[in-house]
Design a binder for this molecule. Structure first.
Ligand SMILES: Nc1ncnc2c1ncn2[C@@H]1O[C@H](COP(=O)(O)OP(=O)(O)OP(=O)(O)O)[C@@H](O)[C@H]1O
Ligand SMILES: [Mg+2]
Length: 439
């Protein structure tokens, strides 16, 4: 009996400091303390549950503002309603520009407090060559005659009787470099310089008909040692969506397809260590982390991404396509980005995500990505066309690509803005060639 009473007072003490952090004043007097006690008891009950149930139960504070409107209720994470989710996201991030950083810091602090570090990925590519073989001129046109003559020529060329008639095209030519974790890397280059090909190669999604040589490694592991498609996300240059689905459905579907990755295992370990150290997490952060880690509960992460990308206004509008009028072009571009951000991938390769967006929206999106990459230690290589100076300054590293070769790779501060113009990047290339010739 005695020991259980002692345990209860311990929980009570921690709980009041926990509620204190959410801004409740003592003006509420006894009733506030009673609510704290109630909540502490609820938390103690959740902590006693077996791991499987513990990961699916949380304490949800009522109302849109933390600490207002009575004690928290125990909720089943998988049964969160629309309003509950909305209130939760509203409490965590009121305005995306101001609160996102604070929210991400809270997530990191919760993990660091128990000594868990976010895993990071360093992507290296060495002597990467990408070549294509393609029919050119009339031979490339998909006519009935060409189809059969190309098939026959393929067989004859395999027997080394005639040449196939395909012309070799060098897309990426012997490039090496590193994409570091926790740093924003910008990929710049004129159209046709091989940006998409490089990003696809790094994400392990290159077309199998292309000839690839060289090494791409993630933390020193070659691509065949793991499944790169689960570790990295390539965000395409073109918006390909199912027109009949709404924005929310599109993101939720994508989240469900990608799964939760290692989030569940991380949370189990986090919860175990917190229990050992008798630490009570912030209830909202706890519910959020549980909701994004439990399989089949993708609505919370969808709501979060909708907020960050400013898509709440069109969340329930059809995406649309050539036949159905749907959301605007800029919103579609953001849906394409959001589709991959809802997943668990830590290495992001983004291809021209700002095309069709105004500079202010681009700035906000890149800024949110920057916060996430810097705070949670993600890896990001982002190709942009003509970024505005303020967006450009959000990056730490830069890769300049011209005609399949890297002209400059390194810290952004050392490149002057004038080098972003195509004419100047050509001049830079000239210089680089001169230096290599002298050597
Ligand atoms: N599968 C392929 N077959 C033949 N040529 C290809 C193939 N893939 C890419 N190329 C060629 O490689 C070059 C680089 O293409 P890539 O799409 O990587 O350029 P990019 O820098 O992304 O251009 P943009 O900014 O216009 O998107 C282009 O000249 C393109 O025609
Ligand atoms: Mg491209």
């Amino acid at each position: 009996m005695g020991s259980s009473a002692g345990g209860g007072s311990g929980v009570r003490r921690t709980a009041s400091s926990w509620r204190g952090a959410s801004g409740r004043s003592d003006a509420f007097g006894r009733s506030a303390r009673e609510e704290d006690d109630e909540e502490a008891l609820r938390w103690a009950a959740i902590e006693k549950l077996p791991t499987y149930d513990r990961m699916r139960k949380g304490i949800l504070l009522p109302g849109a503002v933390a600490g207002v409107g009575g004690a928290g209720q125990e909720v089943d994470i998988q049964g969160l309603g629309l309003n509950e989710r909305k209130n939760l996201i509203e409490r965590l991030i009121r305005t995306a520009e101001e609160d996102n950083e604070r929210f991400l810091l809270k997530l990191r602090d919760r993990m660091e407090r128990v000594g868990i570090e976010n895993p990071t990925i360093e992507v290296r590519f060495q002597n990467l060559n990408i070549d294509a073989e393609a029919y050119v001129g009339n031979r490339g046109i998909p006519t009935f005659i060409n189809f059969f003559s190309n098939k026959i020529m393929n067989v004859l060329s395999a027997l080394r009787i005639v040449s196939s008639g395909k012309r070799p095209i060098s897309i990426i030519h012997d490039i090496s470099g590193i994409v570091r974790p926790g740093r924003m890397s910008l990929l710049l280059g004129p159209p046709g310089s091989g940006k998409t090909s490089l990003l696809l190669a790094l994400a392990g999604k290159l077309d199998s008909t292309l000839k690839v040589s060289g090494r791409v490694t993630y933390n020193g592991h070659d691509m065949h040692e793991f499944v790169p498609q689960r570790t990295s996300a390539y965000i395409g240059q073109h918006d390909l969506h199912i027109g009949e689905m709404t924005v929310r459905e599109t993101l939720a579907f994508s989240a469900r397809c990608q799964g939760v990755g290692t989030r569940y295992d991380m949370l189990t370990e986090l919860s175990r260590r917190e229990k050992e150290a008798n630490i009570k997490p912030d209830p909202d952060i706890d519910v959020y982390m549980k909701a994004i880690s439990v399989e089949g509960q993708e609505s919370v992460i969808t709501d979060y991404i909708l907020k960050i990308l400013g898509l709440e206004i069109c969340a329930d509008t059809m995406v649309g396509d050539g036949m159905i009028r749907g959301i605007s072009g800029g919103q579609k571009k953001r849906v394409t980005t959001g589709e991959m951000l809802v997943g668990p991938a830590k290495a992001l390769f983004m291809d021209e995500i700002s095309t069709g967006l105004d500079s202010s929206t681009t700035y906000q999106i890149i800024n949110s990505l920057r916060q996430s990459v810097h705070i949670l230690g993600g890896t990001a290589l982002i190709a942009l066309l003509q970024p505005a100076p303020e967006t450009y300054e959000l990056f730490d590293d830069i890769v300049l690509l011209t005609e399949g070769k890297i002209v400059y790779q390194g810290v952004l501060e050392k490149v002057s803005l004038s080098s972003l113009r195509p004419s100047d990047s050509d001049a830079l290339r000239g210089k680089a060639l001169q230096t290599s010739c002298k050597k």
